[in-house]
Design a protein around this ligand. Structure first.
Ligand code: SAH
Ligand code: SF4
Length: 438
């Protein structure tokens, strides 16, 4: 049951009212997914345990939840047998519901997920030879209306909670069979078939999977399929700062999922006032959706630019805590035919990076068109030439290969939910949203 009260969250110019993110369960039990040790301890204390017990049990439960990936209290063997039903009566360990799971011929997988109150969002896993990247959503929809982005045409429904954000990572581990004990791999109700399929994934040699346990049977970091996370799914993560921070802290916790901050990248369209806090309080790598080198074009394709302009944005990048030559800021640049893809644009991009002395790399993303999109992708020759100009100036500028095209899986255009709507419906939603934004 969703609480229908509204809360304001920032839009490109003014706040937008969206539904609050409170979704109590009908059976009254509380979902522990997405909670910190401290929050779990507080709930245990409120349920009647004394403070010392509550802390101890919370530590154990945290480990089972995030390190072992269990979804039931019965499996928690170091907790007294009599205590486990007591926990199960009061708490659950949830997962987002899987509505649909798709597997591309190139190994990319996409999941359509559903929140407890019935909102759909997406997650994508992209395996490569040396890494496996999970593309995670932070909101259902987005307020920012970037003109080339399909998510931008959807209505913002609400922020995802920490549980729904961490839940994506947990679900991916379920599906990939990557929890440290084998019994969790075959857990009914999760994607056991996907786990098996993952072992056939062509991108990861069998050898890697065989080597990935140490002598205690624990997984070691380098054998994993899921090695990296990018906050590049639906939504603007810095407009859901607290939940994204809390979720990523859990993902990075050494006693839990234990992903290194160096393997996590948060992508923002340029929410300048939140960037310093992102560096200080989250500390992950930063990617900035730049996409243009002058005000006119950026105002058009990333409307947030009218609020936080290029200079402010690049100054915030220069001041980003933790950026260095070893940890560069990634500038994402979507290649739009005759819009932002000229030689002059490439040279201006280089000038900007040098003027602000930015430790930067550039990620060139071929535009992935969607029905009714107002742009086309640049030609392959144009993309190559653009990349060469940036590269010749000493800045890395790889072209991101489109993945999972057969299942529409590329990050940033997760679109199953809207893909089922007609163009007219999309236009109406976009117009409605624009009107709401003033
Ligand atoms: N809201 C954040 C993160 C999600 S978008 C942001 O904008 O950075 C992740 C990336 O995909 C962004 O760089 C976005 O600009 C890009 N993207 C969105 N739609 C795209 C499309 N149709 N083709 C190629 N890249 C796209
Ligand atoms: Fe939102 Fe990012 Fe899409 Fe822009 S590119 S509309 S910020 S999801």
């Amino acid at each position: 049951m969703a609480d229908t009260a509204l809360m304001p969250i920032p839009g490109p110019l003014d706040p937008v009212p969206v539904a609050r993110e409170i979704t109590p369960r009908a059976d009254g039990r509380l979902d522990l997914l997405g909670l910190t040790r401290k929050q779990i301890a507080e709930l245990f204390e409120a349920a009647g345990l004394d403070s010392r017990q509550a802390k101890l049990r919370a530590k154990q439960v945290f480990h089972w939840l995030y390190h072992r990936g269990v979804t039931g209290f019965e499996a928690m063997t170091d907790i007294a047998k009599t205590m486990r039903p007591w926990l199960a009566e009061r708490f659950v360990i949830g997962r987002p519901e899987v509505v649909e799971a798709q597997h591309s011929s190139d190994g990319t997988r996409k999941w359509l997920l559903r929140t407890a109150d019935g909102h759909d969002f997406e997650m994508v896993f992209i395996p490569d030879a040396d890494r496996g990247t999970l593309c995670v959503s932070s909101q259902v929809g987005c307020t920012l209306n970037c003109r080339f982005c399909h998510t931008g045409t959807m209505r913002l429904v609400r922020n995802l909670t920490p549980g729904e954000i961490v839940g994506q990572v947990m679900l991916a581990r379920d599906a990939l069979g990557e929890w440290p004990n084998s019994s969790s791999r075959a857990r009914p109700g999760t994607a056991g078939d996907l786990a098996r399929a993952s072992r056939d994934a062509p991108a990861v040699p069998d050898r890697v999977r065989d080597d990935d346990q140490d002598e205690d049977g624990e997984y070691t970091a380098d054998g994993r399929l899921l090695t990296n996370i990018v906050m590049m799914g639906m939504g603007e993560p810095l407009y859901n700062f607290d939940n994204v921070r809390d979720a990523l802290k859990i993902v990075m916790d050494g006693d839990g999922l234990a992903l290194s901050k160096r393997r996590i990248t948060l992508s923002t369209s340029g929410v300048v006032p939140m960037m310093a806090r992102c560096g200080e309080e989250i500390g992950t790598n930063l990617a900035v959706s730049l996409h243009a080198t002058n005000k006119e074009v950026r105002d058009e394709i990333v409307p947030l630019n009218r609020k936080y302009g290029l200079e402010e944005l690049l100054e915030a990048c220069a001041a980003y805590p933790g950026a260095s030559n070893a940890r560069r800021i990634t500038f994402e640049y979507v290649m739009l035919k005759d819009k932002n893809d000229s030689d002059e644009d490439a040279r201006e991009l280089v000038r900007l990076i040098k003027r602000y002395k930015l430790p930067a790399k550039v990620n060139l993303i071929p535009f992935n068109p969607w029905p009714g999109a107002p742009y086309e992708c640049s030609t392959p020759e144009r993309v190559r030439r653009f990349s060469e100009i940036v590269f010749e100036a000493g800045i890395s500028a790889p072209v991101r290969t489109p993945r999972g095209r057969d299942i529409d899986a590329a990050c940033g255009q997760l679109k199953t939910a809207a893909g089922k709507k007609s163009r007219a419906e999309l236009d109406r939603l976009a117009a409605e949203k624009q009107a709401a934004l003033g």
